[in-house]
Ligand binder design. Structure first.
Ligand code: G3H
Ligand code: 13P
Ligand code: ZN
Length: 349
């Protein structure tokens, strides 16, 4: 199957009332783990690459690895997504490479650290929307700022400093015409999200529900949505790792989000933990091993297990064959003639 538009994938998810996991990749084994899980559970999927991933793997390696995934799994709809684009140029380069979806994270300035003003965010996001939609490519925007720093990207802090204002979310969606909207509800990137199991004082599901009430037809995106399970932490620490006690986003909170308009759920850290634990275990228990396949195979299997579980928990499992992919050129026509509505439906308060 050719790569599909993320907009089509999320529209289908909205019809079916489920969420779609968006998993980060940097190398072949991670792509294979995701595809193994998608095949096993018959799931549509978003494969996403950060700027760091594109630099690490090099654009053409990563792009062709994802194309190979599509070629080898014709029954699985795959959207290829730029995660946290920091500028118009980053998004343009992804689109020119062949990504079917981009995130313009205008919540931060181009340095990827400093919170941007609302006006700056609207201007750069709208510019990306105009360029992308002309080419049938989906755009995710972000309003509010997440916590944490990953690979130099992020404003830092706990995630409570810049919670999304529902009124601003409405205005932002109207002014930009984004296909999907990432919101800040207290989560942060990386392993250290919460110091205890999060309650409503730190994980603001009430804000998410308020936004969904105002924007009932807008696909919401939850970033920083790894659950950081204790069993994955334990494997790392058992085999010489030094993770401090930490909590992630409970799956039941994500499921509450999915019942309230969340269609894309970003997960990276859980997969990093699973792979690292598996590699540590081999190297710790079998120090004589030196063939990378001896630890990369268990690492890939451990990641596949986590991804397959999330696909079932998010509800995308079983939905790969529900629809026929629409060509990106047709999607472009839909944006042009207005049949693919980009102006959000705003509910009266
Ligand atoms: O945005 C966060 C993702 O986990 C990607 O992280 O920038 O370290 O590749 P990265
Ligand atoms: P985690 O660090 O919680 O996996 O979040 C990943 C993410 O939001 C990627 O954009
Ligand atoms: Zn993110």
């Amino acid at each position: 199957m050719p790569l599909v538009s993320m907009r089509q994938l999320l529209d289908e998810a909205a019809k079916g009332g489920y969420g779609v996991g968006a998993f980060n990749v940097n190398d072949m084994e991670q792509i294979q783990a995701i595809m193994g899980a998608a095949k096993e559970t018959n799931s549509p999927v978003v494969i996403q690459a950060s700027r760091g991933a594109r630099a690490f793997a090099q654009d053409r390696y990563l792009f062709h690895l994802i194309l190979a995934a599509a070629e080898l799994n014709p029954e699985i709809p795959i959207a290829m997504h730029q995660d946290h684009g920091n500028s118009f140029e980053t998004c343009k380069s992804a689109i020119e490479l062949g990504y079917t979806s981009v995130m313009m994270d205008g919540s931060l300035k181009e340095d990827g650290k400093t919170p941007a003003t609302f006006e700056e965010n609207v201007a750069v996001t709208k510019k990306v929307v105009d360029f992308a939609h002309e080419r049938g490519v989906t755009v995710e925007g972000e309003i509010g700022v997440l916590g944490g720093v990953e690979d130099g990207h992020g404003a830092g802090g706990t995630g409570l400093e810049h919670i999304t204002d529902p009124d601003q979310a409405v205005e932002f969606a109207e002014l930009t015409g984004v296909d999907a909207l990432a919101i800040a509800i207290g989560t942060s990137h990386g392993a250290y999200k919460f110091t205890k199991k999060p309650d409503g004082s730190v994980l603001k599901m009430d804000v998410l529900i308020a936004i969904h009430k105002r924007l009932p037809n807008t696909h919401l995106v939850m970033h920083g949505s790894s659950s950081v399970p204790k069993d994955l932490q334990d494997v790392i620490n058992e085999y010489g790792g030094k993770l401090k006690e930490t909590w992630g986003v409970p799956v039941e909170e994500i499921q509450l989000g999915i019942r309230n308009g969340v269609r894309k759920i970003n997960v990276d850290t859980d997969n990093r933990l699973a792979m690292t634990g598996a590699i540590r275990k081999v190297l710790w228990t079998q120090p004589e091993k030196f063939d990378p396949r001896d630890y990369m195979k268990p690492a890939r299997e451990a990641m596949q297990k986590v991804v397959a579980l999330r696909m079932k928990q998010f509800g995308q499992a079983g939905h790969a064959g529900d629809y026929k992919p629409i060509a990106i050129t047709e999607i472009a026509k839909g944006y042009k003639d207005g049949s693919l509505v980009t102006k959000p439906l705003v509910a009266a308060r």
